[in-house]
Every structure is written in C-alpha cells, then in structure tokens.
Design a protein around this ligand. Structure first.
Ligand code: FUB
Length: 321
C-alpha cells in the first residue's frame, strides 16, 4: 500500500527540512519560502528567503509547534541576500546553526549562529566560516566527538565556480563522460566554528567502481544529507535537474560512496530536498513539494513520510507524487 505523506505546516511555505532529535523531540530547521516577486531563473534568484523559523514535534504524527523567527538576514553582519537550506548540530550543550547566505558581492558562504536552546533564537558570528563557499550545509555528528559538514550545490549554488577549494576565473560545469562534480566534506574544528581541514570532494562510484559521470541522471546536484544505518554511512542528495533524491553508501564519513538507488521519485516543483531521521525505532523522510502552492516552485510545503529499508539495508523507493 502506498505510504501517505503528511503536510506539516499548512499555513506557511517551508522547504529544505533539516531534522534532528534533540531533548527527545523532533526539531525541524527549514528554509522559509515567501512570495518576494523575484522572477524565476537558473540562478535560483526566486528563492529569496530572508529568515528562518524552527518547528518541533513530540511525534511525527503529532502536533507541530512553530517557535517563530530565530534568525534573519538583517541580523547577519556580512549579509547580502538569500538564506537557503540550513542545518543544526548539538555539542556540549550548545546548538550551532550552519546557514548559507550570499555576501554583499553575491557570493555564497556558510555562516554559523549559536543558541543555548534547540528552538533558538540563534546569534550569528560576525563573519562567515573561513574558506567556506557554495551552500546546503548538512552536519553529521559521528558519535565519537567528530562532526562533519557536507555542502555544495550546482548552478545557483555556485559549486561550479570552484576547484580544489579555490575560486576559478570562470565557472566550469563538467559535461558528458567527464566525472560529475561532487559535494564537499570537511571535519569541523573543536569549537564548531571553522573547518578543521581542507574540504574534500565526495566521490560517488557506480557499480563498476567508476565515478558517476556528469551526464548520469543520478549524479550529485545539491541537498546533501548524511545518516548512519547499521554502521554504514548513507550519503543522500538531490539530482537537481533530473528531480530525484538518490543515495550512496560507504564505510566512513569521507567516502568514496557507492551508488545504491532512488529514495524519492520527482515531486511537484523543480527542487527536491530532504532529511532522514530515526525516531523511536522508525525512520522518516522529511521533504517538500509545491502541490499546495499550485506548482509555484519557489513556494514549497513541508512533508513527512515513513521510510523503510529492505533486509539488505536498501532504502525502499518512495513515490513523490
Ligand atoms: O531553498 C533554496 C534551494 O533550493 C536549496 O538550498 C536547494 O537545496 C533547493 O532546495
């Protein structure tokens, strides 16, 4: 029987959910879509978000609490525009929010904001993380004291403007049989405010051990997420212009990861984005679509649906429609 996804915030447009269990509750850190009137283009200028709310739930089937605005563009000293997908990590009683934002030169960097509470408010640092670029940060708490950030996205996410962590003079997008561009991963410093090392590329291999090609409809585009299941590392992501959520598995946080399959088939709306979280022995896929806004791709709505694995640890594909 088809699993029925549930809309979580019918009264507002929220997208890109990053979800964690803190203090025994589910906390959702989404982007906050709104009708800013900016025309749609391949740079994603129509995703003109200016603040974040935090939501919590006692249970995925229970009521949802809106904790209100917890961070806004005008409070961030280095801000230009566009607060995109954020994530939050807990270390030593403090909550660290990682957020992508364009600076005053329209270049994406990743900033950090801190709170004593999972529901915020979050106070931003005065500068972005040194050496940070592109967008869509996702944090893995590896459970051994190490935290890793996965980040990056193509087109409007600006990843094609960089190689080896240096800005290129002109953006280069690989094509055809060239290896696809990968997300980036870096361990975080002990104070959680900087990279502890140079970011590395996340390599996804096909069944023959070869890196996925740029022309492959399952190659990485944006929206990294990392979770662990039965001791394995599951790196999941959006394929962007082919509109899938896919995943690859590995035996350590850096990879390489081997491509496994599709988590979610295309939803209504151009973007697809997610997080995967375990709560009381069940697994859930939090994601978004543009059904409630009548297909307006910049006005997305949060959803949750149960996610299942088969006996070999493969994620059973969910129908996005
Ligand atoms: O919400 C703006 C961007 O759209 C996100 O950063 C991407 O992952 C896509 O969902």
């Amino acid at each position: 029987m088809k699993k029925q996804a549930r809309y979580l915030v019918p009264g507002d447009y929220m997208a890109d959910p990053s979800v964690h269990v803190f203090e025994g509750k589910i906390f959702i850190y989404p982007s906050h879509d709104w009708e800013s009137g900016v025309p749609e283009n391949d740079n994603g200028d129509h995703f003109n978000m200016k603040d974040y709310h935090v939501f919590s739930m006692e249970d995925p089937e229970g009521e949802i609490t809106d904790h209100g605005v917890v961070l806004k563009v005008e409070d961030i000293p280095w801000a230009g525009r566009q607060l995109w997908d954020c994530d939050v990590a807990l270390k030593d009683g403090k909550y660290y929010m990682y957020f992508p934002l364009k600076d005053k030169n329209d270049v994406f960097h990743i900033g950090v904001a801190i709170s004593d509470r999972p529901e915020g408010p979050f106070i931003p640092q005065s500068d972005p993380m040194k050496g940070s670029y592109s967008m869509d940060p996702a944090i893995l708490d590896d459970g051994d004291g190490n935290y890793y950030m996965y980040f990056g996205g193509l087109w409007g996410g600006q990843l094609q403007r960089y190689r080896n962590n240096k800005a290129l003079e002109c953006a280069i997008l690989p094509e055809g049989d060239e290896p696809a561009l990968g997300a980036r991963v870096a361990r975080l410093s002990d104070d959680m405010l900087e990279f502890a090392e140079e970011p590395r590329e996340v390599v996804i291999l096909d069944e023959n051990g070869q890196p996925l090609k740029a022309s492959n409809e399952c190659r990485f585009f944006e929206a990294s997420w990392m979770h662990k299941y039965n001791g394995k590392y599951y790196f999941s992501y959006s394929t962007g212009d082919s509109h899938l959520l896919c995943y690859a598995t590995g035996d350590n946080p850096y990879g390489p990861f081997t491509y496994q399959g599709v988590i979610l088939t295309p939803v209504v709306g151009w973007t697809t984005h997610h997080s995967i979280v375990e709560f009381k022995g069940k697994w859930y896929l939090f994601h978004h679509d543009s059904v409630p806004s009548g297909g307006r791709t910049w006005l997305r709505s949060l959803k949750v649906v149960e996610l299942e694995y088969d006996e070999d640890g493969k994620i059973i594909t969910i129908d996005g429609q």
